[in-house]
Design a binder for this molecule. Structure first.
Ligand SMILES: Cc1cc2nc3c(=O)[nH]c(=O)nc-3n(C[C@H](O)[C@H](O)[C@H](O)COP(=O)(O)O)c2cc1C
Length: 213
């Protein structure tokens, strides 16, 4: 069980309302499938808040609020074990820090102040794509949310869901002209420490994002 303030975040946290997501683009889904590649080198450009918001929405945004709050990615029993975290370094209009995405309100809430990209890079075997990117998205899973209904199967379902969210981010990057790569090589406990996560919130994927060099 999550206990203490970590379960709910800081008292009086910084909350940022995100720009509404775009639901149209000039890139067809088929073009995005065809051109998608893992990108590990990024230009020095900052991300815009609109781009960051769009990527968070692509991962887990609400697309049908009533009655269940259904999202861009499928979820076993609509129980939504995934959390999406933005590690912002250079995002225009946003202080560097770690922010948790709140799908229901399309907001982000600060959970760690300051630029944590170098620390996150160290927690991921010093993969420089992390420190070079203006921002990273970390997808975490809380297995109990599905485990309470599906038992041991909940872990498998959470892993299937993270794959869906990861591909949404890849394809959204394609249509925004950005690059990303999914990283699975990192130390869970070190990532948890950098992001100030409770022990039952397991990091499952780290995705640096930035403009392609
Ligand atoms: C589960 C998983 C873990 C991965 N982990 C890493 C990683 O830690 N570092 C990295 O640079 N790429 C990682 N990748 C990206 C793969 O190297 C990449 O998808 C593969 O080389 C195929 O290239 P493409 O994505 O451009 O098609 C991972 C991909 C998957 C699906």
């Amino acid at each position: 069980m999550m206990t203490g303030w970590k379960a709910f975040g800081k008292q009086n946290p910084v909350v940022i309302k995100l720009p509404p997501p775009l639901t149209d683009s000039d890139t067809s889904l088929e073009e995005a499938f065809k051109s998608r590649r893992s990108v590990r080198d990024y230009s020095a450009d900052s991300l815009t808040l609109q781009q960051a918001a769009q990527l968070l929405w692509a991962a887990q945004g609400i697309t049908q609020p009533v009655p269940y709050g259904l999202r861009t990615a499928p979820s076993a029993g609509a129980l939504y074990p995934l959390e999406v975290i933005l590690v912002a370094g250079k995002v225009k209009g946003l202080d560097a820090g770690v922010y948790r995405y709140k799908p229901a309100s399309h907001e982000i809430v600060e959970i760690v102040a300051g630029d944590q990209r170098s620390e996150l890079c160290r927690a991921a075997l010093s993969q420089e794509s992390i420190s070079d990117a203006p921002a990273c998205i970390v997808i975490t899973g809380i297995y109990q949310r599905v485990g309470k209904k599906y038992g041991d199967r909940g872990e498998r379902y959470t892993h299937i869901e993270v794959g869906c969210a990861v591909q949404n981010i890849y394809l959204q990057c394609e249509s925004l002209g950005l690059g990303t790569v999914v990283l699975g090589a990192f130390y869970d406990d070190k990532v948890q420490k950098v992001l100030n996560l409770a022990r039952d919130e397991v990091p499952l994927a780290v995705m640096p994002v930035g403009a392609i060099k």
